[in-house]
Design a protein around this ligand. Structure first.
Ligand code: MRU
Length: 352
């Protein structure tokens, strides 16, 4: 796939390593506005308010953010560097508790930090350099994982297929290319057409605002539907597969993804259409035995009652339940695709 197929990445670090540059996804589809973040509270705010979102993109923004914040502290002592690393990491990981990529990336940076500390009498500038190097590798590894998943995903689709997708698991949710949408871009780069039906994805409309935006930008045939149209669309045979991303996959294959994914998976089973989950191995949590252990992020009521509308769509005081994710049981998922291969039920990700 051409490196510049989209024109930009949604998460980058500035060449001097002093700021994380992100596309503010809350402004899509109306404005492509890039913002620069260098302070802990700015990065946490950007993650919590979904300026940067999608499990892999959060993982990359958080890893870059950690190196940027540590650099900005102008520390002189490597022992202090480690203490601050722990303090800042804990706050970043807490920003969005369900997606596990950031936790896994931070674990990777921590292993490298301990390795450096145990092998040399390091200066802080040395630690800053290696942490930046490792964070850049995290992003590069995500890019190559996406390319591999694109190949695996496309191998499961017949030419000319239509997929139904949910939320946004495309270029803007990752380092580059996407997870669920990566096969679509790969097909396009080979002159084949995979069509996409995108669900709106209430309450924050990642499907309507972001998925259709990025697919349109890349000339992919895309049809937007409201979430409650999915059953009807699948019953009519309009889609050949449901393909979604993931935020945390338990070792038994139970998968947390955007709230509403479970309904689609049940529907896909009923209408005998495969449900494929595509995500890098950084989305797998081998320590989590089943979906019951996955912490589901609860979000503010106004996302359901007010946000995106010029006036309230529900009365003041109404009770609201707003979980950001649901868990699809492993047995409903036809295949889980990572950069390491295509896995089928029963899943065992204890060793991945
Ligand atoms: O709340 P969001 O927009 O961060 O939710 C995103 C999703 O659920 C995606 O499907 C998931 O993170 C995979 S992105 C490749």
């Amino acid at each position: 796939m051409n490196r510049d197929f989209f024109g930009y990445d949604s998460v980058e670090i500035t060449p001097d390593g002093t700021a994380v540059k992100i596309l503010d996804q809350t402004e899509l589809p109306n404005r492509e506005n890039f913002i620069y973040l260098s302070k802990l509270d700015e990065i946490i705010e950007a993650i919590v308010s979904l300026r940067v979102r999608g499990a892999p993109a959060i993982g990359i923004a958080g890893s870059f953010g950690l190196t940027v914040i540590l650099k900005g502290l102008h520390l002189r002592d490597s022992g202090r560097y480690l203490i601050e690393f722990e303090r800042i990491s804990a706050q970043l990981i807490d920003a969005r508790p369900t997606a596990v990529n950031l936790l896994n990336n931070i674990k990777r940076l921590k292993v490298r930090l301990h390795y450096e500390l145990s092998n040399c009498d390091c200066s802080v500038s040395h630690l800053e350099r290696v942490m930046l190097e490792e964070a850049i590798r995290v992003k590069e590894d995500d890019i190559s994982a996406n390319l591999k998943m694109a190949e695996y995903g496309l191998s499961l689709l017949k030419p000319g297929s239509t997929i139904l997708t949910y939320c946004n698991a495309g270029h803007l949710a990752v380092s580059r290319y996407g997870t669920a949408l990566a096969p679509v871009y790969l097909a396009k780069s080979r002159g084949e057409d995979i069509k996409v039906i995108a669900c709106e994805t209430r309450p924050l409309f990642q499907g309507a605002r972001i998925t259709t935006f990025e697919l349109n930008k890349c000339g992919i045939d895309t049809t937007l539907i409201c979430d409650n149209m999915a059953a009807s669309v699948l019953s009519k045979g309009f889609a050949d597969a449901v393909i979604t991303g993931c935020d945390r996959v338990a070792s038994n294959g139970d998968t947390a993804n955007k709230i509403g994914t479970l309904s689609l998976s049940v529907l896909a089973g009923f209408y005998k259409i495969p449900h494929y989950v595509i995500g890098p191995s950084t989305t797998i949590d081998p320590l989590c035995e089943s979906g019951d252990e996955i912490v589901i992020e609860q979000r503010a009521q106004d996302e359901v009652t007010t946000r995106w509308f010029s006036s309230r769509i529900a009365p003041e005081g109404v009770k609201v339940y707003n979980p950001a994710f649901d868990v699809t049981p492993a047995e409903l998922i036809s295949a889980i695709i990572t950069e390491k291969g295509i896995y089928r039920y029963p899943y065992n990700f204890k060793e991945i």
